[in-house]
Design a protein around this ligand. Structure first.
Ligand SMILES: [Zn+2]
Length: 614
């Protein structure tokens, strides 16, 4: 489903600071020009051709054509009916008025064909051979209508032709009625930016030159982030960045279910009462429950503290809380003890890694909930309980069984997991696969057991997509596509774009440490680098190339985080802000945290100098 990445691509993207968006521009230009245009078999449209294409595909034109087809149907019906009801002289009297109307409609159909021919060119327009027949019938119909208007006395020969003509009109009507289909296909039409990004992502897959791939990454990033005409880096010009963000919000994010403050308070109070009344059956330790009731959608909740408060079972208790809070027991038709059992198994599957452990999973599920609830993705995406369940479960299971090693390491060391998943999103395939096996391997913990099959399939697909989206190898291209979808006129956060945004909710939560309080963030940073450095030690021992950020003797923790914020986390949350305006008050955290790391760069430099290998 997702485009596959090469080893080196995965390596560079898994080590976020090695994002290669800063590519020498002269080199980039030369290389791009070298791409043989013919081989790509792609016609480039002029700006005005594209404008006409957009115009024809616009909702208003489609609806107008449908209205016209409707009118044409009524007209044909009237003509046929009158022909039966009236005698010949009476019919001739009224038929000339009807013929004039028909002439008008046919001329509009002709105009539609001309605009289409201009916008797509003859070859592409007539790729659908039926359209050639349509054009012929319209031209013939036009000829007959004009003929009728000019000479109403009809010979026998003409009468026969007219009978054929009647048949043709009905045929034309059936063909035209297929315009209705356009209403359905219109939703799949993408913006030029999206098409370009998809094209570049595909192109990247067939290229072998690593430098060229990096160049294409650069292009995807710039197009996706609307930075084509921007000088310098995004963080150097916050005003411009904010202008872009505001622009992408204008009129795009449609909040359908807006509740008043009072209604919201009432709803919250009711929810709280219900949760308090039900908490005993969930056996959530009271101190944790008190925190969750007050802060379950808080960005600044302390995951380490929550985990401690329930004897290291933070993930299980958090998920039970969510199931109760969002009525998910009813969605899955399941008892709390099954849910507890399932997440206990999930929790046990998390290894005791410095970073990729059960607390990280708990933290990601928690952050997903913050985006769903406090940042109002539930309202904006019009998520139902099933969608909410998918997002939270995906957050909870997304790193299940993580070995504390990156995909690149697993591939380079010929690990069994890499062999099983053919080097493609190795861990991201492994995590959900194992979590579905847990459920189906033990009836007592199978939270999916009572779901109707089609519903189960949808839930399963959605969860798998979200976990796959956490593969950093696809970060740049997927983010670019999401950005272009947000900017598209037919963006539908509550419709066709919902799953893509749900993917982003989980992926952004996975890289959200820099958006938290510095105290929590710093703890996560130390943990993740400890894990990376353990991998680096292994790579050194095995004689493998040491992955970026994984060399404990050269990686400056503070510098690495500045890069991580600049090239991964900030663009990701800029995209989130594009469809969740309620995220705005939290957006500045990253800059504050970045400034703190910048102050620490010198300190870590000295630290590194003191621990150089002998
Ligand atoms: Zn993760």
């Amino acid at each position: 489903m997702l485009p596959s990445g090469s080893d080196s691509q995965q390596r560079s993207l898994e080590n976020p600071d090695k994002q290669t968006m800063r590519v020498d521009s002269t080199k980039r230009n030369d290389k791009l020009i070298e791409v043989p245009r013919k081989k790509l078999n792609m016609r480039l449209y002029t700006e005005s051709e594209q404008k006409f294409q957009d115009y024809i595909n616009s909702k208003i034109v489609t609806i107008s054509i449908i209205a016209l087809v409707g009118a044409y149907a009524i007209l044909i019906f009237i003509i046929v009916a009158l022909e039966e009801l009236l005698d010949e002289t009476e019919f001739i009297n009224v038929s000339s008025i009807l013929s004039w109307i028909e002439l008008g409609i046919l001329i509009i159909f002709i105009l539609e064909i001309f605009v289409g021919l201009y916008a797509w060119g003859i070859k592409k327009y007539y790729k659908d051979k039926w359209l050639i027949l349509d054009t012929l019938i319209i031209l013939l119909s036009l000829f007959f209508v004009i003929f009728e208007l000019a000479d109403q006395k009809t010979s026998n020969v003409i009468k026969v032709i007219q009978a054929v003509f009647r048949f043709l009109r009905i045929f034309l009507l059936i063909r035209k009625a297929q315009t209705f289909r356009r209403l359905a296909t219109i939703s799949t039409i993408s913006t030029p930016a999206e098409k370009i990004v998809r094209f570049l992502a595909e192109l990247k897959e067939v290229l072998e030159d690593e430098n060229m791939k990096l160049d294409i990454n650069y292009c995807i990033d710039k197009i996706g982030n609307n930075q084509l005409y921007q000088m310098g880096k995004l963080d150097e010009d916050n005003a411009e960045a904010m202008a872009w963000l505001n622009q992408s919000q204008q009129g795009k994010t449609e909040v359908k279910k807006v509740l008043t403050n009072e209604q919201q308070q009432q709803q919250q109070q009711q929810q709280q009462k219900k949760v308090i009344a039900n908490f005993q059956k969930l056996n959530i330790p009271k101190r944790l429950l008190d925190i969750l009731i007050k802060q379950h959608d808080d960005l600044y909740i302390d995951p380490f503290e929550c985990d401690k408060l329930c004897g290291g079972e933070g993930l299980v208790n958090l998920m039970l809380f969510f199931f109760e809070n969002y009525n998910l027991f009813d969605v899955f038709l399941i008892k709390p003890k099954v849910v507890r059992g399932y997440f206990e198994e999930v929790m046990k599957g998390y290894l005791d890694n410095p970073y990729h452990n059960k607390v990280h999973a708990q933290d990601v599920a928690q952050t997903c909930n913050f985006l769903l609830s406090k940042c109002k993705f539930i309202e904006i995406g019009q998520l139902d309980e099933q969608d909410i369940a998918c997002v939270l479960i995906a957050g909870a299971i997304h790193d299940y069984g993580h070995p504390g090693l990156t995909n690149a390491f697993l591939i380079n060391s010929r690990n069994e997991l890499a062999l099983t998943y053919n080097d493609q999103s190795v861990l991201e395939m492994f995590h959900p696969s194992q979590c579905f096996k847990i459920a189906w391997g033990n009836q007592k913990v199978n939270i999916f057991e009572n779901l109707q099959f089609q519903k189960y399939r949808r839930i399963r697909e959605s969860i798998i997509l979200m976990v796959l989206s956490t593969d950093m190898a696809h970060h740049a291209s997927e983010l670019a596509i999401t950005n272009s979808r947000i900017a598209a006129p037919d963006f539908e956060p509550n419709g066709k774009d919902k799953q893509r945004l749900m993917d982003l909710i989980v992926h952004s939560s996975d890289v959200s440490n820099p958006t938290k309080s510095f105290e929590i963030y710093k703890q996560w940073t130390e943990k993740v680098l400890t894990e990376f450095w353990l991998q680096g030690d292994k790579e050194r021992d095995l004689g493998l190339p040491i992955s970026y950020l994984c060399n404990r003797y050269t990686t400056n923790m503070a510098e690495a985080q500045v890069g991580f914020i600049d090239y991964v986390v900030k663009p990701t949350f800029a995209c989130v802000l594009g469809f969740l305006p309620a995220y705005e008050p939290f957006f500045q955290n990253m800059d504050k945290n970045k400034a703190k790391w910048q102050e620490l760069i010198e300190y870590y430099k000295q630290q590194l100098a003191s621990i150089q290998p002998k």
